[in-house]
Design a protein around this ligand. Structure first.
Ligand code: PEP
Ligand code: MN
Length: 360
């Protein structure tokens, strides 16, 4: 697959002056719930209603979705509100049912994108469709797997395509349910600038308080749209209750988010600058995370040295690190002076951490 302008035809057809917004509940629960939420989203910037009909659960025993009955509820909601409809498909029989019920946008979930066999089965079932198909990133941080899924669909003659960034799972618990790893979608965007890129802040955050900032970052990075889990009574949602917001909150977001449009030349300049700054901010955050991780290891070393009564400063080891880093830095275009200053500062902070541990 190569980058082609036509990749975004389906998106351009919406003719929006703002990013595409897809919203709706994590799961369809009842007809009344689906229709109530759709009504509350009507007449806003939201163009597409989402609802999970078949829910992939990591552990069994949680709510697994209402099944094809829910597709009828979505049709009712569409007839009443004019919102287009979208849902997740995870196998060929889901595809057949979704097509039968004329669902407008189908997406492939993160747990499905990891499996080339299943993605191929879905691609075969969808062959030649003019429906839009969106591919969520795989649960693991692997760009090729993500692109591979898009390519399987493209090869099956499905040309209305896009991707959804929903974050990547990690064993270590962080403030995110799924780490954003922004570098991965940014790499994808660099290779396929015309492939529509949509942020799903809900599954990245896993909580409500950081959703807005995630949406703003995505807009600063020129994402094409947002998919936000929205429920009229989030606390009592049957799945993903902690991360869902009300339609009213989402409408507030859409009022407060800053959208950067590319119109005049100077706007384009501002837009590019904003885009680069957003990338710098992401990298700076990663730097801090990495430094904090390093200091935690220093604390462990401090404990170990304390237990064996070993001195903090081990000069040969320090010289060895420094020599190695200067060489590696040079290969990456970093000056010796900079690497030296940087690692002296890091080393000093490590010593301070170890001193603290040892004196405790
Ligand atoms: C969802 O969108 O409700 C969902 C299950 O998402 P993901 O595949 O990203 O986990
Ligand atoms: Mn969900």
């Amino acid at each position: 697959m190569e980058n082609k302008k036509e990749l975004r035809n389906w998106l351009d057809a919406f003719n929006l002056d703002h990013p595409l917004v897809i919203a709706g509940p994590c799961s369809a629960e009842t007809e009344e719930q689906v229709v109530t939420i759709a009504r509350q989203l009507k007449d806003s910037d939201v163009s597409v209603l989402r609802a999970g009909i078949w829910k992939p659960r990591t552990r069994p025993g949680n709510f697994e979705g209402v099944g094809s009955l829910g597709l009828k509820w979505m049709q009712t909601a569409k007839a009443e509100t004019g919102l287009l409809t979208s849902t997740e498909v995870a196998n060929p029989s889901h595809v057949a049912l979704a097509l039968e019920h004329d669902i407008d946008i189908l997406w492939i979930g993160a747990r499905t994108t990891v499996s080339p066999f299943i993605v191929q089965e879905i691609a075969d079932a969808l062959k030649g469709t003019d429906k839009t198909v969106l591919v969520k990133n795989p649960v693991n941080p692997d760009l090729s797997l993500w692109l591979g899924a898009v390519e399987r669909l493209y090869t099956a003659d499905i040309k209305n395509l896009g991707v959804i960034h929903r974050g990547f799972s990690a064993y270590e618990k962080t403030k995110y349910r799924n780490n954003p790893e922004w570098q991965i979608p940014i790499d994808l965007q660099n290779r396929f600038p015309d492939l529509p890129l949509i942020l799903d802040p809900s599954h990245i955050a896993g909580r409500r308080d950081i959703l807005f900032d995630l949406c703003q970052t995505a807009l600063d990075l020129n994402y094409d749209g947002l998919m936000v889990e929205t429920h009229h009574d989030p606390d009592n949602a049957w799945s993903d209750a902690e991360q869902q917001i009300t339609p009213e909150t989402l409408i507030g977001f859409m009022r407060d988010l800053k959208i950067r449009k590319e119109v005049s030349e100077s706007a384009e300049f501002k837009n590019s600058l904003q885009n680069l700054r957003a990338k710098i901010d992401i990298t700076d955050n990663q730097l801090l995370e990495t430094l904090a991780k390093r200091m935690k290891i220093a604390d462990e070393i401090g404990k170990l040295k304390k237990s064996q009564n070993v001195s903090i400063l081990q000069t040969p080891r320090w010289n060895e690190i420094l020599g190695k880093m200067i060489l590696q830095g040079e290969e990456k275009g970093l000056s010796e002076e900079f690497v030296l200053r940087l690692f002296k500062a890091i080393h000093q902070e490590s010593i301070n951490h170890q001193k603290k541990v040892i004196s405790e």
